[in-house]
Design a protein around this ligand. Structure first.
Ligand SMILES: Nc1nc2c(ncn2[C@@H]2O[C@H](COP(=O)(O)OP(=O)(O)OP(=O)(O)O)[C@@H](O)[C@H]2O)c(=O)[nH]1
Length: 537
């Protein structure tokens, strides 16, 4: 995986961690907090409804007090004058009072019952409900409360009938009653609530029940006790939306979106900066190192002025590469030297046997000449030079003889010292005659040389063989046979008196000389007898 891929993967991982972190915080911290807040707010809404009911009851109670401590009411209970009913309670008095019922009792007996038209038919059950028990509780508990009636739950306020000064004895009790109907419910409903239900519930009052539904709705319920029925209650149910959650979600998505966009922008900027300051220089350095590893050229590692770690790394690498390059150059130089040394005779600076072999194995060498003459030569009685003039002078003689030999050959001929005082020259020639001329040149120049500043006169013997160039190949076995014959020719020259040359060639009609080459003096003799080899004169 490349550095670039790793960097991209890291940035994507960072974004994923960021997104997951935000979602985790939303789920574990923000939403629970919002829900707790919502529950508090819903509880407050329920309390507000209850407070609305209380306020309405207080208002009714105040009205009941006014009416019950009114002298006309007092007189009415005492004298039962029908004028009171006509003047105070007649017509649409109930509608004007916004009450559903007015009841006056005395000694638990009905004095008068006034109601809206809707409740007129329920006179008996309502009166009996009120007279059956709640009266004392009603008065004990402040003169107001909720009562279950056959018509539904009713807000009831009561006050003893007294004089205007509030003096007794009480002549009875005055009740105001108001059914919890659609109008009252509407009046109690706060504006943000979708739906409100106030209904008689067949269970006793219990703790508030607040449910936050998965969507965007909530249902909250509370129960208010009834004065006349402990086993039942007034259930208040509110259905409404969850504006806090919606706002929180909207804000969270806004924040998440913003963080995500900023994260992407940050990642892009980070990627661009890291690519510019880190990845590209590293890639460049890697590319340079690869190029250097194949070329060993310092040009592949440009200099840098950057002072950061990558700049320092590049400089360190350049220093290391400089040392490697220097070592490489000196190693190549040394290799070349060793190669030259391994192919050069240290005394005469001519090529040695290995040099001769490597030259002869080159395909072009023989092929580009019509004939190849292979000479084998050495100095006559060289042992005596060492014996008489010393080994150092013997060495000098060998060096000077090497120069003579080189001077008799062309530059592209192959001249080598193959043994102590034995030399081989392989020369490309265009006619057989050239070979005898070279041999004679070697002989004459040696004879005339005057070795070691003219102090030593010497002669040499030369043996050679001429082979058509096209017959020779790069096989060393072939060349060994050729050189062997040249050695035999040299031997012949020595045997026949020294300071002379002996050379052979193939008969002109022979197609293959190489195959017929002799391997010993005996074979040579036979080859000459059979005219497989012809002496050159
Ligand atoms: N100074 C010196 N002498 C060498 C070197 N290599 C070989 N020799 C001597 O060369 C001499 C060769 O002697 P021989 O092989 O008997 O032949 P020769 O004396 O030249 O006699 P012919 O070749 O038969 O004429 C030996 O004495 C070797 O010690 C060398 O590198 N330096």
């Amino acid at each position: 995986m490349s550095l670039k891929s790793k960097l991209l993967a890291s940035l994507l991982l960072l974004l994923a961690v960021l997104g997951s972190g935000i979602a985790f915080i939303q789920q574990t911290v923000v939403i629970p907090k919002v829900e707790a807040f919502e529950i508090d707010a819903l509880r407050e809404d329920l309390e507000r409804i209850k407070y609305g009911l209380d306020r309405e009851l207080t208002h009714m109670r105040r009205m009941a007090t006014d009416w019950a401590q009114w002298d006309d009411t007092y007189d009415f209970v005492v004298s039962r004058t029908p004028e009171y009913v006509e003047s105070a309670l007649g017509g649409d008095a109930m509608e004007q009072l916004s009450m559903d019922m007015l009841l006056i009792t005395q000694d638990e007996k009905l004095v008068t019952y006034q109601s809206t038209r809707a409740l007129s038919s329920l006179r008996e059950p309502l009166v009996s409900t009120l007279l059956r028990g709640p009266e004392s509780r009603l008065l004990n508990e402040g003169g107001q409360g909720l009562i279950a009636t056959p018509a539904g739950v009713m807000l009831v306020a009561a006050n003893p009938i007294l004089t205007t000064e509030g003096e007794g004895p009480s002549r009875g009790t005055l009740y105001f009653g108001q059914l919890i109907d659609a109008d009252l419910t509407k009046q109690l409903r706060p504006p943000q609530i979708h739906a409100i239900f106030l209904r008689l519930d067949s269970t006793p009052p219990g703790p508030d029940d607040i449910q936050l539904l998965p969507g965007s709705d909530s249902v909250s319920k509370t129960w208010v006790p009834l004065l006349n029925d402990p086993d039942r209650s007034l259930q208040i149910e509110l259905q409404q939306g969850r504006p806090f959650l919606d706002s929180m979600r909207a804000y969270t998505y806004y924040i998440m979106g913003t963080i995500f966009v900023l994260g992407i922008l940050g990642s892009v900027v980070t990627y661009v900066l890291l690519k510019h300051y880190l990845l590209s220089p590293i890639e460049q350095l890697q590319h340079n190192m690869q190029s250097f590893s194949t070329s060993h050229s310092l040009a592949d590692i440009p200099t840098t002025k950057s002072s950061d770690e990558i700049g320092q790394l590049t400089r360190s690498f350049r220093e290391m590469a400089t040392r490697i390059s220097d070592n490489h150059i000196s190693m190549l130089h040394r290799q070349q030297q060793l190669k030259e040394q391994s192919l050069t005779d240290p005394l005469t600076r001519l090529g040695n046997r290995r040099y001769l072999d490597s030259r002869l194995q080159q395909a072009e060498f023989a092929k580009k000449h019509p004939y190849i003459a292979t000479f084998s030569t050495d100095i006559d009685h060289f042992k005596q030079v060492n014996d008489r003039y010393g080994h150092d002078n013997g060495d000098k003689v060998l060096r000077e003889f090497a120069e003579v030999l080189q001077g008799c050959c062309r530059d592209d001929d192959c001249v080598a010292r193959v043994g102590g005082e034995e030399f081989t020259a392989v020369c490309g020639i265009s006619s057989i005659q050239d070979a005898s001329e070279i041999a004679e040149r070697i002989r004459v120049r040696t004879e005339q040389k005057g070795f070691v500043d003219g102090k030593i006169d010497l002669t040499c013997s030369v043996g050679f063989i001429v082979i058509p160039g096209h017959e020779l190949d790069t096989n060393m076995e072939t060349w060994s046979r050729v050189m062997k014959v040249a050695d035999l020719a040299l031997y012949e020259a020595k045997e026949s008196g020294r300071n002379r040359w002996v050379g052979w060639r193939n008969p002109l009609h022979a197609e293959k000389t190489i195959a017929a080459l002799p391997a010993s003096a005996e074979e040579l003799r036979q080859a000459v007898q059979k005219e497989a080899l012809v002496a050159i004169n």
